[in-house]
Design a protein. Sequence first.
Length: 403
Amino acid sequence: MPYIQPEVSKQKLVEHIISEYFWPIMNGDLVVEVVEDDIPYLINDVSIHDGVIDFLPADKVNELTPFITLASNAIIKKQYTPIELKCPDQPSMPKWDKEYLPKEVAKKIQEVLSKPNGFIKITCPLYVEKNGTKNTNISYFDIYMSKDITETMRKPQFLREGILIPESRVNKVRGYTSMIVIEAGLLATLLGDAENPAHTEWEKNATKFKNKYRWGSTTIDFVRLSINKILNLMNQGDDEEDVTILSDIFYLDMPENDDEVPDSRKQVERKKTGGMTKPPIIPPVKPRPHFYRLTKSQDGFIVNGPIEPFELRRKFIVKVAYDFAGASKSKALKLWDANDFDLSKAKNVSYPCADNVDNLKINGNTIEFVANSNEFSLSVQGFDHRRDIIVSVESEAILDEAV
């Protein structure tokens, strides 16, 4: 008989079973019996709630309870607003954009989640196709998301056919509890082929997965980044461009009419011109081109490319910090405190999401990237909404490289 290590106890077994398999247990697909000293303990959809309190340590209870509650509302009470997204008309690579998640749908999601106890289920269809075949099939996954009034930073939970996939590389999001559920089907098979032996993450270079599926790597990212992408599209759909966001850095206070011009200035002008003369004709000045659009969101900011195309590729440097009393913009950025947030570690803030950029570098409070065209986007969310943030964007053309 094999030796059982002393740390393998009923307490530990029940703790791991509940933590790893709470969804299939609550769904009625799994019942577990743990026996110690000939005394059985049954874990099912009824007893699991008591098991959380009786067997899990306090920190684990606080971590797991929001997901147990979400699962209960999803499976047992079904207290959610359902939304089903539309699959593209033709087989194509999955992509989170405003065609897949239209503005009006993003607004509805935002409205539901802004209500007390707001809870939503989003069904996300997509095409799955194996290389070497002409059979393209539609599969899907479900997103369950609720608003968390405690504004706690939590990672989305991934469940493939009842197996919890930790996916440590996924960023935490502030103020939402979310679960991505992939039931049996072609998408579940694809993700299963990409899983490592420990079932802890999806690997794009996995032997069973690599070169097996069309759009395979993109499909993994489409699922893995779904929560952040939805939140970004929600913010973009609700925000308008803030053309005054930098107006307090520098400005020219121009008079609107001649009555507002000081008399001293009028007298000087008359002396120079020898009396009253017609004002000179000033040719119109060509406006300085804009290379980005900076907008505020509910708990962060978004940098989009300009409307007009680039003539050259451009390098961007974005810096952000919390504002504080008595500090200039440059001083606030210079005195950024790593205890407030760290973009590179997704500490107290969501990890930056960027589209259509190259050479992305993230360090502390600074983001650097190269934009090949004006169709780029950078979004950072999860800042403390009770504090003001300062954002600096610098841009320069990369010479001798036409777009």
